[in-house]
Design a protein around this ligand. Structure first.
Ligand SMILES: *Cc1c(COP(=O)(O)O)cnc(C)c1O
Length: 481
């Protein structure tokens, strides 16, 4: 038996590289990361996959590989084709970028592998996450007693909030056919998905009309709730957006909150994109009323420029979040109660147990850069969107959408003849073919519409000017064709 164990140990020790080996790997990874960042300025933001990704080395074999060869393969197959979200030219969907200190935080969190889910296992990690959540709750104006959880992203955070609302409002299976949910057509599709996943897909979904800037019509919301009540139905949830993904529209938060309070409905705010604009004056001016919601979602991997993998759910009364996620497990008995019992652990506030230590990738950049840099970057993004909108308004043929409230601008070109949708599709194609800038499109009022979303911290005026020049040039070429 001892011999067997010794033989296995000798082979298993391969999983514990010595300092020289670790140092060599670190040097190679560091060189790769530096090379990647150096190339950001010159490489395209969008590269069509001409078969590069199919060369990914997927052979999982018994023998150890060489890091040098693996990094070369990674460079060609993964870091080549597709969108480069780290690039300042990424102006599509909702970008973020990926601030460098988060990578260092992830590295340290992975080396130390602290178990952040339970305070007993890592009081420091749990304290860091609770502290960061409290900071966010304070930023949006929630009272003492608010709390939340760092999630993998906004979709899961929205799911967590919907489940909390369901439990807090005591919506049981038998209530669902009569239970009414209110949101606009502009709500993020992950809210529909969250309702389905939470078993609420058979609620009556009311699409509240929007105004000419795609914001919820509060009067229509109130009338819809009233007529549902008169019909004997059960209104219970309003989902409003503080910055829609499509157009950046902010629903009239104060008016919607007043209705939710008067009608005693749960108000959930999806501020995944817009929430962190609370850090700048320009943002605070349009986000008035956030603090009147019952729950909220915001995405550090958007508004704080973190790499993908960090969202947050905040609940005005943290006890309701805990109640919706309560669990019992005998094998966890050592981890419950005791000194920290008054403070919730992340595992008390989510459906996760084991999870990445998300706090460190958030704490490190906030501490290393300080808030002033984030405030400036967020205000700069708002001004860049306004600048793009103003410049575009002066250009012949271009039709900009509403003046941006935050940092999304919709626009299209209206050709003198021919099909406008086909023209704008071709224009988008031309921008993608150029590759320097990546923008995306949507459909608004039935029209194919281009959009610009400025939220990568590496995006500055040079990128916006490049895009404007490119649009003018390509639109002229297409119009002449
Ligand atoms: C991005 C976004 C989501 C989804 O968040 P993920 O982090 O991508 O899961 C939800 N709502 C809004 C408004 C968003 O912009």
């Amino acid at each position: 038996m001892i011999e067997t164990i010794q033989r296995l140990e000798a082979a298993a020790r391969a999983l514990e590289p010595d300092p020289a080996q670790r140092g060599a790997w670190l040097d190679a990874v560091r060189a790769y990361a530096e090379g990647f960042l150096d190339e950001l300025e010159v490489l395209p933001t969008y590269t069509r996959d001409a078969g590069q990704s199919s060369k990914l080395d997927l052979s999982i074999t018994e023998r150890p590989g060489r890091l040098g060869a693996l990094l070369e393969n990674l460079h060609e197959t993964v870091d080549g084709p597709g969108i480069n979200p780290a690039s300042g030219g990424h102006l599509g969907y909702i970008p973020g970028g990926g601030v460098f200190p988060s990578a260092l935080g992830d590295f340290l969190a992975d080396v130390t592998n602290r178990f952040s889910g339970i305070s007993f296992a890592s009081p420091g990690a749990a304290r860091m996450e609770a502290g960061l959540v409290r900071w966010m709750a304070g930023l949006v104006g929630y009272p003492e007693g608010a709390g939340g959880d760092l999630t993998s992203g906004g979709s899961i955070a929205n799911l967590s909030a919907v489940v909390t609302a369901r439990e807090a409002m005591e919506i049981r299976a038998r209530d669902i056919p009569d239970a009414c949910v209110y949101m606009t057509s502009q709500a993020h599709h992950c809210v529909d998905r969250a309702l389905n996943v939470a078993g609420l897909g058979e609620c009556r979904l009311r699409r509240v009309p929007v105004d000419d800037r795609y914001r919820m019509d509060a009067g229509a919301l109130e009338r819809s709730i009233g007529s549902d009540r008169r019909a004997g139905l059960r209104p219970w949830l309003i989902v409003a957006s503080a910055g829609t993904t499509d157009t950046g529209a902010v629903d009239p938060l104060e008016a919607v909150a007043a209705i939710a309070e008067r009608e005693r409905l749960w108000l959930h705010l999806d501020a995944a994109y817009g929430g962190f604009f609370m850090l700048c004056e320009e943002g605070r001016a349009v986000l008035k009323g956030l603090q009147r919601s019952d729950s909220m979602v915001m995405d550090p991997h958007k508004g704080l420029f973190l790499p993908y993998g960090t969202g947050a759910v905040l609940v005005r009364d943290v006890r309701l979040l805990a109640a919706a996620h309560a669990y019992q497990a005998d094998y966890m008995q050592d981890a419950r109660g005791g000194a920290g019992a008054a403070e919730y652990s992340p595992a008390d506030l989510s459906a996760e147990l084991s999870r990445p230590f998300r706090g460190l990738r958030l704490w490190l950049p906030l501490k290393l850069f300080g808030l002033a840099a984030f405030r400036a970057a967020l205000a700069e993004k708002i001004w860049l969107a306004r600048y793009f909108h103003a410049r575009l308004s002066e250009l012949d043929g271009f039709e900009p959408g509403p003046t941006p409230e935050l940092s999304v601008v919709t626009y299209r070109y209206v050709p003198k003849r021919g099909d406008a949708d086909a023209f704008n599709r071709a224009l988008l194609q031309a921008v993608h073919d150029d590759g320097h800038i990546f923008v995306s499109s949507t459909r608004l009022d039935g029209h194919f519409t281009l959009r610009l979303a400025v939220l990568n911290f590496r995006t500055h005026r040079a990128e916006i000017d490049y895009l404007l020049d490119l649009l003018v040039r390509e639109a002229a070429r297409l119009a002449a064709a």
